[in-house]
Design a protein around this ligand. Structure first.
Ligand SMILES: Cc1cc2nc3c(=O)[nH]c(=O)nc-3n(C[C@H](O)[C@H](O)[C@H](O)COP(=O)(O)OP(=O)(O)OC[C@H]3O[C@@H](n4cnc5c(N)ncnc54)[C@H](O)[C@@H]3O)c2cc1C
Length: 527
């Protein structure tokens, strides 16, 4: 039975370990931290209050992975449906709520401009149409960009292609949408984790990624997969860590070993390729295959010896830009927030259970991005927030709440260093939130901040880049992570990559782990 070492027990490492162990490989997973999950973890945030430590939303989790791993069977439980499940707030109590009922949702857009909801739908539909025409599977190695560009497309589809592949999010939203609110609502999705401004050329691709996934025949035509729950409107009880804890249980049930508090210091190579891992402390572990679920640049530059593979390939990994821009601000609250934009107490009770977004205007977000590129954090914060204790009381023993904010643009390289400005940045974010949460000062008890630099120290999140590399066209398709090695293999034989630094990234989806494991199994079958 071949053996495999998976380095890193983030969700992708666990998914890869699952498929390899299920195929009969002898699998050992090594995790530097005390707990599994990586960025998909639940921790004690304030005394007696647990919450998501990084990622808040599992809406991209791949249903096939969920079903294959049978996570519910291993303890995963979902909240009741959270409907609506998201809204965006603007200054002065304006908002757009994503009500599940299209008639109610339409009202949210129409208040800003007559016909805006139809124009919003048309904007999404033209990307969906292109997604169907391009038919890119997210379940295997990516096509080349050249293949994609040469697919038959109508002139209208080419027009959209040109815009989403090379244009900015502002270019996309400005075509039809008339209101600043609808433009911001869609445009800010381009900024989610990517260090790019919504008006910067190249930012539009992030809007297209979902349409590509959904438009692929591999998703459209597959027999309906009974995802264990309709998790689009639900959240994992116990937070994101409940998902990865269940994944770890499945992996263990297949006879694999998971070693936490175990940091890989080097990937061991010989003339035949990767042969194992050296741990911090010197212990050597041997295996037929090594799979790194860490950042590709970190793996290939820091963990593999110079000379183990050609220097030009090493340079290509070394030159990957991993500058990140998203940090965390946690608020401990005595009571639930009262949102300025809620029209009644009943509505507030629904909204406190939702994920919320704040991103004032496209111009403001762009300005914050440009300031961050110069090392400044003081632009208007772009916020993705959640008060998960509002729907999951199992997380708090104190009755108090945690609001978990993922905030851009907070660059990795900040002028003067983060130690000097960490608290000031936290206070800046809280100050901004005052305009949106009516009772903030009355309920705020404590603030905790995690900067991009701290995310790197805690998780090996190189440069603090939330996606292990921006999701932009120059870093996607057959160029992710570097040209020539987008099929999860590396220039070192028997060494594979499977973090979000590989295709298709797609946030917390598990797809890189799924695809890498299938590539390894197919290589083993043909060797
Ligand atoms: C602030 C923030 C908010 C986000 N919000 C969302 C969200 O709401 N929804 C969403 O879908 N995505 C979100 N993302 C992105 C998403 O969480 C990540 O891209 C994804 O979780 C990465 O998963 P991974 O398994 O590829 O890698 P990781 O989760 O980074 O896992 C890598 C693992 O390797 C371990 N490790 C590192 N070095 C070593 C070593 N030398 N030896 C052994 N182990 C090691 C780490 O401890 C970690 O457990 C967010 C990211 C950030 C930073």
């Amino acid at each position: 039975m071949p053996s495999a070492i998976v380095v890193g027990a983030g969700h992708n490492g666990l998914v890869a370990a699952f498929y390899l162990a299920r195929a009969g490989l002898d699998v050992t997973v090594l995790e530097a931290r005390e707990t599994v999950g990586g960025l998909c973890a639940t921790e004690e945030i304030f005394p007696g209050i647990r919450g998501n430590f990084c990622a808040n939303s599992a809406h991209n989790l791949e249903p096939k992975v969920l079903e294959d791993m049978r996570l519910e069977h291993f303890g995963l439980r979902w909240s009741e449906p959270l409907e609506p499940n998201s809204f965006i707030m603007f200054p002065g109590g304006r908002r757009i709520v994503s009500w599940p009922n299209p008639t109610d949702a339409a009202v949210e857009y129409e208040q800003f401009s007559e016909g805006e909801y139809s124009r919003y739908q048309e904007t999404l539909e033209e990307m969906a149409d292109l997604g169907r025409a391009l038919d890119v599977s997210f379940f295997s190695s990516p096509p080349s960009f050249a293949e994609l560009a040469s697919k038959p497309m109508s002139w209208q589809q080419q027009e959209v292609f040109r815009r989403v592949m090379f244009g900015s999010a502002a270019d996309v939203v400005n075509v039809r949408l008339k209101s600043e609110e609808a433009r911001t609502s869609l445009g800010m999705l381009a900024a989610a984790g990517n260090f790019i401004g919504p008006a910067t050329p190249g930012s539009a691709y992030q809007l297209m990624q979902r349409a590509l996934y959904r438009g692929a025949s591999a998703v459209r035509d597959r027999p309906s997969i009974k995802a264990t729950a309709d998790f689009n409107s639900r959240a994992a009880l116990g937070g994101m860590g409940a998902i990865t804890n269940a994944m770890a249980e499945v992996v263990l049930s297949l006879g694999a070993t998971i070693r936490t508090n175990t940091r890989a210091a080097r990937i061991l190579t010989s003339e035949s390729g990767a042969v194992g891992v050296v741990l911090e402390g010197g212990e050597e572990l041997r295996a037929d295959i090594v799979v790194s679920a860490l950042n590709p640049k970190l793996t290939m530059v820091d963990l593999v010896d110079e000379g183990a593979f050609p220097s030009d390939a090493r340079e290509a990994y070394a030159s990957l830009d991993m500058s990140g821009c998203m940090g965390k601000v946690f608020l401990e609250l005595e009571d639930l927030p009262l949102f300025e934009c809620a029209r009644s107490a009943e509505e507030n009770a629904l909204l406190v259970r939702c994920g919320f977004r704040i991103g004032d205007t496209v111009d403001e977000m762009q300005l914050s991005y440009e300031m961050a590129r110069r090392g400044e954090w003081s632009g208007s914060p772009v916020i993705y927030g959640l008060t998960q204790t509002a729907y999951d009381p199992t997380l708090t023993t104190t009755g108090r709440h945690v609001m978990s904010l993922s905030v851009c643009y907070a660059p990795y390289d900040v002028t003067g260093g983060w130690e000097a400005s960490k608290n000031a940045w936290g206070a800046h974010v809280v100050d901004h939130l005052r305009g949106y949460v009516r009772n903030l000062d009355a309920v705020l008890r404590d603030v905790r901040v995690l900067t991009t630099v701290e995310l790197e120290q805690e998780f090996g999140l190189l440069g603090g880049n939330a996606l292990h590399g921006d999701v932009t066209v120059p870093h996607m398709f057959d160029w992710r992570p570097i040209p020539g090695y987008s099929d999860y293999s590396t220039p070192v034989k028997s060494l594979y990559l499977c973090s979000n630094g590989t295709w298709p990234a797609n946030y917390v989806s598990g797809l890189p782990g799924h695809n890498a494991a299938h590539k390894i199994l197919s290589d083993l079958a043909s060797s």
